[in-house]
Ligand binder design. Sequence first.
Ligand SMILES: O=C1O[C@H]([C@@H](O)CO)C(O)=C1O
Length: 551
Amino acid sequence: MLLLIFFSSSIEAKTRYHKWEITYQLKSPDCFQKLAITINGSTPGPTIDAQQGDTVVVAVKNGLFTENIAIHWHGIRQLGTPWSDGTEGVTQCPIIPGETFIYSFVVDRPGTYIYHAHYGMQRSAGLYGLIRVALPQGEVEPFKYDSDQSLILNDWWHKSAFEQSVGLSSIPFAWVNEPDSILINGRGRFNCSLVQGGGTCNSTNPDCAPYVITAVPGRTYRLRIASITSLSAFNFQIEGHNMTVVEADGHFVKPFVVESLYIYSGETYSVLVKADQDPSRNYWAAVNVVSRQPKTPTGFAIFNYYPNHPKKNPPTVLPIGPHWNDTTGRLNQDMSVKAHPNYNHPPPKTADRLILLLNTQNKIGGHTRWAVNQVSFTLPHTPYLIALKDRLRNVFNQKPAPDTYDYKTYDIYQNTSNQNATYSNSIYRLKFNSTVDVVLQNANTMTSNNSETHPWHLHGHDFWVVGHGVGKFDPEKDPNGYNLVDPIEKNTVAVQPYGWTTIRFRADNPGAWAFHCHIESHFFMGMGVVFEEGVDKVGKLPKNIKGCGAS
Ligand SMILES: O=C1O[C@H]([C@@H](O)CO)C(O)=C1O
């Protein structure tokens, strides 16, 4: 009998309740004091730990005085709960000050995920954290480790999210510029002697003491590394230690070894690191900006060999990482990530629809914007999920968004300053259960000889990364090179400068789902689209997502 009770409780899914209050607080994560958006007083917010199959319930109270909020559960597919995706304007109305909104969703896959604000530019104000989903009782990962630790990487500005968003939407345009510092688990280091124009900066503030990972010599550490940057692509390394990549965006990877790991905003990886170097000293864990000219000092934590003092600085200089402009190195890593042979679910061999998306930077009516097939995305006042389900037709542009661009004549190396793009909130409607290929095509920006890296994130799905290439995608030839054998499944993938990336997914999750560049300012400037599938199959919408626009 006892055994029976034990058995049934160990397989029963749990409900994990969290009660959060979102408030502004003065914080000094990089020694410089700034107003940050916190969860129960902290940034990053609390880690959500759960087990596969559990239901996570988060009651979010908006304790900001004058700002709305919404929180997205990044990498969680929201099967059957599309209204809990937390995407303001797409799946819900924002949570207004003083109101409490209850998110409730099932974490259906083990792995490492993120949560973050999905309203305006609030992510860069500090509203983010980690979600770790363990395997069911009795199951183990296809790799071994002695200890499981997490590092959440971020970029940080002293300017407020308000000042940034006003700059981005003004004429003349004011770019957010490179971050002031890099944060590892919410800790960074700004050189206080560089503070201009006042402000409080205290280099001995314990808030900005470097994060320490303590390792026992000979042991193997699983490090879950997540990037939630608003802009930067990073390279992460632990001086002198190789890392074996074993997980990407919640999927087990065919293990491969790197000296350093490239990680883009919205991605998560697990790596295994063995503490097998000289145990008489500590080592730097270093984070460097790549793919944009780095103007931000190297971020660092201390990889501390027990029993050395955790605050003992390594005797070496901080590693500077690979050259920022080494696109080949980054593309090589992109192509090395494949599904683990025992967890491989190959994609359908053909797709029912091909959507070619050209990413360009444009001027529209004097504003600097990003566009996809010459359409710069704007969010409607009535969230799509509500408009579609309740058949409110005049609340967004009903004309389908364009499936292609003029790929025969478009020169991806040309400067886009003379291109004419338009604003729209039109969407892509996908046939339920169809297989869709989306090719992300990168191009030159409005600056000559410049093309940037964009990490694209899909809500509500994982996709197979079936191909990456350099130059212009050729729909006749390039699909012949697709990996349909063991492509990795992910929710975020980068498209490299002047390159292309193809993802394949099944439109099998009823709802309305954003697909966008995970650089916060780029989505703010229009770099995104929305897919709808099977909205007629969505259950009754909860009332609490409504109340804005025509809803
Ligand atoms: O969207 C962007 O704008 C700037 C620059 O292109 C114009 O100032 C930049 O680097 C971006 O990524």
